[in-house]
Design a protein around this ligand. Structure first.
Ligand SMILES: Nc1ncnc2c1ncn2[C@@H]1O[C@H](COP(=O)(O)OP(=O)(O)OP(=O)(O)O)[C@@H](O)[C@H]1O
Length: 790
């Protein structure tokens, strides 16, 4: 860079020279220099990112069109380069859109849409095109066919980085065996060092997209994932922003763009979950913030009110004045408290009342004078009113002197407040100042909680004013007013956003996905209810697989997904990692050396965040940002799945203890039985029967007497046993009462599902002709709780 340091003193020249070298930077130029931001920081990573961007788009496009995805991913070595091919059976892209979709960064259909999609930014696939042209010098080759078109479009293009526009070198038609869809071929400088991540991405994509058929071919390996369901994910709906999640800048932009004039219309038109009632509540809170509320005071004696009115009114007959004064006195003193605007109303209504009764008129000027006079009486002794509020709202016993001191000091501050109309912060500042003065002058502290209580006490008797809220244009023009509206929106209770814009994987499929991928002993899954962050709804799901073939050494594996896309990089920078490390996994019976960090053991944890806008840490969408609302939900989802794991592990431990006990008894019992038989010269005991009784087990016994077979279930446990028994018999047992018999390949499957209560027996009997063999299997009970003598 040119140095201007020697040109001391000639600052204006430096500025001019600098000005000459300043020019705008095209987005494509920017990303050309900052490839890492988009996940193209190395050849190994570039390959994974290119595949990921193209496959995510393929899945989005097919699902949007209601088509079950059929995707081919190929990676081929081409001399020093690699060629990435991704093909889908989606709706295809029109000839007009195609060059921009692939040849222009920040061009896409999802950026402005509040709906759960894999793609968000309109940058992914064009970034892959940019990376490919940068490293290989070759254009992107794209084939696309829309439904019903006789031929497919074929384009070769690069991105002109100066203009961020596509530069088309080939534009022709071609034949293609797919009736509709898109195929993209990119050549790039790359290597297969990230083979593991690539495989993980493809495998895990298949896990959370069981409706997709994915074929994957790379130089060394070929993988095929058949679809396991014909059910497309639930269709998602686009939604408007939620009032709780919007920022001030976005609110002002919406105010600028809306066609509504009133705030009520604006709120109902532009936001989700805002109907007339919610809009009214927001507006009340907005008016409170914008105009303030008016303090209401306890009415004085009726006679004082009447005297004030009589003294204030001139030029009216005595009779009419008395009627006017009486009316005001009656209505006012019937009220618990009265604020300034209420007083004005009371006076106006009294004037109307007197006019209808006696034809005497009290015009606007008379009403104003009257209201002024009554207001003086009403606010004559606000100190004792405030004293009562301070006393009622402070729980710890403050002495009367402190209470009165506070009340007196707050009351003084009302003197300068017109109509006693003020914002809550002003009330708070009055109270804080009064507390300060009380401490200085009386030496008594009035703590923060006590101050807050007094503020709430005063604010709760302040009345909302009837003024109309400002119109949309006025709010949009004034940042402070817009901020007041935003505060009101955030403070109002509003239903959580609808979730039809989200398509969670669902508990069943999370569990099934884990089953497909891991041979474990135990699985648990949770799908949380929707929550909001930044105006966008989101749902967190979590799953745990434990035991079985999962490796037990080292840290547990964590599978992360965002909008059904596996996240394979930046594990440590992800909100999921922070949440996992902060949980005390020892509480859930997992090994966690030192009591913090990722736990050890034979477990895999899966976390899915679905949102209309997943907050990623960067444009490469590798890691979820630390948004507190999302972290909280991740924690709750994980804890819920972990609780099930804990229950399972506890039960397993109990069963293991039970098994150990059984083994010990089973060792001793035969010896004891033999000894006893010897001594008593009786037949030896049926060991299994005794064992079952000692262990409180369910006992299954078969006896065969000549051809008669008797199968008995005795329940020694203290709960009902619902069993599913299958006895495979080598000869035809004929029909059996209470059981079904199915013949298969010369064997008879006797199926019996007895439900046996504690302490009871169930029996079936059948005949076999000749020498039969039996093989029994039992389901519906843990093996540790079962004794079989059959
Ligand atoms: N295979 C495809 N079939 C149909 N349309 C596609 C396909 N690939 C991309 N598109 C269209 O091109 C647009 C741009 O895709 P791109 O990958 O650049 O961005 P995105 O998917 O919207 O967001 P992100 O940058 O987060 O990936 C998409 O929004 C979509 O409208």
């Amino acid at each position: 860079m040119t140095s201007y340091q020697s040109e001391l003193g000639g600052r204006s020249n430096v500025a001019e020279e600098l000005a000459e070298s300043q020019r705008s930077i095209s987005i494509a130029e920017f990303f050309e220099k900052n490839k890492h931001m988009l996940g193209f920081d190395s050849g190994a990573r570039g390959l994974v990112t290119a595949v990921k961007e193209a496959v995510d788009n393929a899945l989005d496009a097919t699902e949007e069109a209601g088509i079950l995805p059929d995707i081919y991913v190929g990676i081929k070595e081409e001399g020093d380069y690699y060629r990435v091919i991704v093909e889908d059976n989606g709706p295809g892209i029109t000839k007009e859109q195609l060059p921009k979709v692939f040849g222009k960064l920040l061009y896409g259909s999802r950026f402005h849409v509040r709906e759960q999609k894999r793609g968000q930014q309109g940058i992914g696939i064009s970034a892959a095109v940019l990376y490919s042209q940068l490293t290989s010098g070759k254009p992107a080759m794209i084939t696309s066919r829309t439904e019903g078109e006789s031929a497919a479009q074929y384009f070769e293009l690069i991105i002109d980085t100066d203009t961020n526009e596509p530069e088309i070198s080939v534009d022709t038609t071609t034949t293609w065996d797919r009736p509709h869809g898109t195929r993209i071929e990119l050549e790039m400088e790359a290597n297969m060092r990230a083979r593991q991540q690539l495989h993980d991405y493809i495998k895990h994509t298949a896990v959370v997209n069981p409706h997709a058929r994915i074929e994957f071919e790379e130089p060394r390996e070929q993988l095929k994932f058949e679809r396991v369901t014909d059910q497309l994910p639930a269709e998602t709906e686009e939604i408007r922003p939620h009032p709780h999640g919007i920022e001030l800048g976005s609110l002002i932009k919406l105010l600028d763009e809306t066609a509504s004039h009133s705030i009520s219309g604006f709120l109902q038109d532009e936001f989700t979950r805002v109907g007339q009632k919610t809009a009214d509540s927001i507006i009340t809170a907005f008016v409170d913030r914008h105009f303030g509320r008016e303090m209401s005071w306890r009415p004085p004696e009726r006679s004082a009110v009447e005297t004030a009115v009589t003294d204030a009114v001139t030029n009216k007959s005595e009779e009419a004045t008395a009627a006017f004064a009486q009316r005001i006195g009656t209505v006012l003193t019937e009220r618990d408290r009265v604020a300034h605007h209420e007083l004005v109303d009371i006076v106006a209504n009294a004037a109307e009342h007197v006019r209808s009764e006696s034809n005497a008129t009290f015009g606007t000027a008379a009403q104003k004078t009257t209201a002024g006079a009554v207001w003086s009486v009403l606010t004559d002794d606000i100190e004792s009113d405030l004293s009562r509020i301070v006393d009622d709202t402070t729980t710890s016993r403050k002495d009367a002197e402190t209470i009165d001191g506070m009340a007196r000091r707050i009351a003084v501050k009302f003197e300068d407040v017109e109509r006693h109309r003020l914002q809550k912060e002003t009330v708070a500042s009055f109270v804080a100042r009064a507390a300060e003065q009380t401490e200085t002058h009386d030496g008594t502290t009035f703590g923060e909680t006590a101050q807050e209580n007094v503020v709430s006490g005063i604010w709760s008797v302040c009345r909302s004013v009837p003024d109309d809220p400002p119109k949309v244009r006025a709010v949009e023009r004034d940042r402070d007013t817009a901020s007041e509206l935003l505060g009101a929106m955030r403070e109002t209770d509003i239903l959580a956003p609808p979730t039809d814009c989200l398509a969670p994987i669902t508990e069943t499929l999370v569990e099934e996905g884990l089953r497909k991928e891991f041979d474990a002993d135990f699985y648990a899954a949770t799908t949380r209810d929707a929550e909001v962050h930044g105006g966008d709804p989101f749902i967190v799901e979590a799953g745990i697989a434990y035991g079985g073939d999962i490796k037990s050494e080292g840290r547990i594996d964590v599978l992360r997904f965002a909008n059904r896309v596996p996240l394979v990089y930046q594990r440590g920078a992800c909100a999921t990692a922070d949440v996992i490390q902060d949980i005390n996994w020892r509480n859930y019976n997992l090994d966690q050396p030192g009591g913090s960090g990722t736990p050890n053991g034979p477990a895999v944890v899966m976390i899915h965040v679905a949102s209309t806008n997943v907050p990623f840490t960067s444009e490469s969408k590798d890691a979820i940002a630390n948004v507190p609302e999302i972290e909280h939900e991740i924690e709750l989802a994980l804890r819920s799945a972990a609780r099930e794991l804990k229950r399972y592990l506890k039960k397993r431990r109990t069963l293991e203890q039970r098994q150990r006990k059984r083994n010990v008894i089973a060792d001793i019992l035969p010896t004891m039985a033999d000894k006893l038989a010897d001594m008593t010269e009786r037949e030896s005991l049926a060991i299994e029967d005794s064992l079952a009784r000692i262990m409180n087990n369910v006992l299954i016994e078969r006896t065969v007497d000549n051809d008669a077979v008797r199968l008995v279930v005795t329940n020694h446990s203290d709960s009902v046993a619902d069993l599913a028994l299958t006895d495979i018999v080598s000869v035809d047992p004929g029909d059996i009462e209470d059981a079904t018999v199915v013949e298969m390949d010369g064997e008879w499957f006797v199926k019996w599902d007895p439900s046996v209560r504690s302490g009871e027996q169930a029996v079936i009997e059948y005949d076999v002709n000749g020498n039969a063999s039996f093989d029994i299997s039992v389901e519906g009970i843990e093996p540790e709780k079962l004794s079989i003598n059959a």
